[in-house]
Design a protein around this ligand. Structure first.
Ligand code: HEC
Length: 139
């Protein structure tokens, strides 16, 4: 009976581990994925600038690992949200894409005629990017 119970627990443990691994594979870090797919070309895969696309830019893409350092040790969440979203900036005058706009287009392409929450789609991605950038800050 005892061995039977131990086996049961072991099986339960293994199932839980397998589920966690499976979940981690299905839902990778959204912020990292968005960064790697959209930002690394200019800001570099390590976010220190020098992405492969940099030579085509008028202004080089800045190092994104020193955002806190340059702001008295505090990660400037609200300012970063505005910069990434692009709200309030003129169109086409800067090298940094307007991600709020890009994500609204992506959402429309993804959902098509289905009902969806555009604001949640856009802010979810911007916040995930901010979370990812926050983790990359140099101490
Ligand atoms: C086409 C190149 C390019 C891509 C792609 C790009 N950026 Fe930028 N980014 C820039 C440039 C150039 C600047 C600086 C000048 C400006 O604001 O236009 C900048 C500035 C920034 C800043 C402000 C940094 C500071 O020091 O204040 C942040 C934050 C930022 N980018 C985040 C991102 C994120 C997040 C992504 C991906 C979703 C991204 N960028 C994709 C070119 C790019």
């Amino acid at each position: 009976m005892k061995i039977h119970q131990a086996a049961k627990f072991l099986l339960l443990g293994l199932t839980a581990t397998a589920c966690t691994v499976a979940l981690a594979q299905v839902r990778p870090d959204l912020g990292k994925r968005e960064y790697d797919n959209n930002c690394a070309v200019c800001h570099g895969s390590n976010a220190k600038g020098m992405g492969v696309y940099n030579e085509f830019l008028k202004t080089s893409a800045p190092d994104l690992t020193t955002l806190s350092k340059r702001n008295g040790g505090v990660f400037p969440v609200a300012r970063m949200y505005e910069v990434i979203d692009g709200a309030g900036k003129g169109h086409g005058t800067r090298d940094m894409p307007i991600w709020g706009q890009e994500y609204r287009i992506k959402a429309a392409e993804y959902f098509g005629d289905l009902p969806y929450n555009e604001a949640a789609f856009v802010s979810g991605r911007i916040l995930a990017l901010i979370d990812h950038l926050n983790k990359l800050q140099a101490k």
